[in-house]
Ligand binder design. Structure first.
Ligand SMILES: [Zn+2]
Length: 326
């Protein structure tokens, strides 16, 4: 699956910021931009990029509901099944030394949980796609295991080096970076989202950071095939120091000391019903609630926060440790 290296002017692939945002960006001041309210346009076609099952609800459980309420369509793509979590597997499978089979079972369990969680959100006819790439390995795919010049990455958990055949969107997909980019590009090209929500690159979980780079790389591929393609793109963040659990107020404030991109932070207020549904959906992730319920609860608030990335050139593979992968 040879693919030309991506050199992506991502700015061209995303909708232009509003004149107000442009004006704010050119101010000499380095003061943070005020938080703006994010409103969801009617008929939005939303694509949520989730590194693991539960990230879609943590980051965008309320947004998905508002897209549905506005007559829009929701599609979620899970890059991994979240199976590479030894602590969680030990609790579920009752094995002190989990086997590859235990890890695979755990991934299937998390996939089922995702379906029950999304049902709790009541977002109509949504679509899910589980790409089943390796949990904990995405950083390595964007650096070392990029192309078929070397053997595919093998998960130390499941011992797989490719997604199960039933999960391969493109035949012969293996655990290689260019394969993941191609599958993501196919989803974007088929679905034609008007809004993509992806992890922010500053997220401290390596899979989340890598998910940003893969999304940006895939957008570049789509744009090369269809130069007229454009979509809004916003990011969410899940892992960032002690945010958000250090503060347990009803409002989810943006992470301190992290700038809100070209737009400033965007706040999406949730109705009481939406907030309740988001909380209910998180509870359906029972495997996660058992081991880190305190963390998930930190996202069940009266709003969600997003930011809009500025122009960014993404070149994959990237040999630098941009996501701090050891
Ligand atoms: Zn995650």
């Amino acid at each position: 699956m040879a693919r030309f290296l991506a050199s992506v002017a991502l700015a061209a692939a995303v909708a232009a910021p509003s004149p107000a945002v442009n004006a704010a960006r050119h101010k000499p001041s380095r003061l943070p931009l005020p938080i703006q309210t994010f409103t969801v346009p009617e008929g939005t076609r939303l694509l949520v990029v989730a590194p693991h099952p539960d990230d879609e609800v943590l980051g965008a459980g309320g947004l998905m509901q508002q897209v549905h309420e506005g007559g829009g369509t929701v599609r979620i793509v899970y890059l991994t099944n979240g199976e590479g979590y030894p602590e969680g597997v030990r609790v579920e499978e009752h094995h002190e030394s989990p086997t590859p089979g235990d890890y695979r079972d755990y991934g299937r369990r998390r996939e089922l949980e995702a379906h029950t969680a999304l049902e709790a959100l009541k977002i109509g006819d949504y679509t899910t796609t589980f790409l089943s790439f390796p949990d904990g390995g995405l950083g390595k795919l964007m650096r070392s295991y990029w192309s078929d010049r070397r053997a595919a990455y093998r998960s130390p958990y499941t011992r797989r080096d490719r997604p199960p055949e039933s999960k391969q969107l493109i035949r012969a997909t293996e655990f290689r970076g260019e394969d993941l980019t191609q599958e993501l590009a196919q989803i974007i090209g088929d679905f034609h989202p008007t809004l993509i929500v992806a992890p922010r690159r500053e997220d401290q979980h390596v899979d989340h950071c890598a998910a940003w780079y893969f999304t940006a790389d895939a957008l570049g591929d789509v744009r090369r095939v269809d130069p007229a393609f454009s979509t809004d793109l916003v990011t969410y963040i899940v892992h960032y120091y002690s945010w958000p659990f250090a503060d347990d107020g009803p409002v989810l404030e943006p992470p301190p000391h992290l700038r809100g991109g070209v737009s400033g932070w965007l706040r999406l207020p949730l109705s009481k019903t939406e907030a309740r549904a988001k909380k209910a959906a998180l509870k359906r992730y029972r495997t996660q609630m058992r081991v880190m319920g305190w963390f998930l609860d930190g996202f069940a608030r009266s709003n969600e926060v997003f930011s809009r990335p500025g122009p960014l050139r993404v070149v994959l593979p990237d040999r630098r440790a941009v996501c701090d992968d050891p």
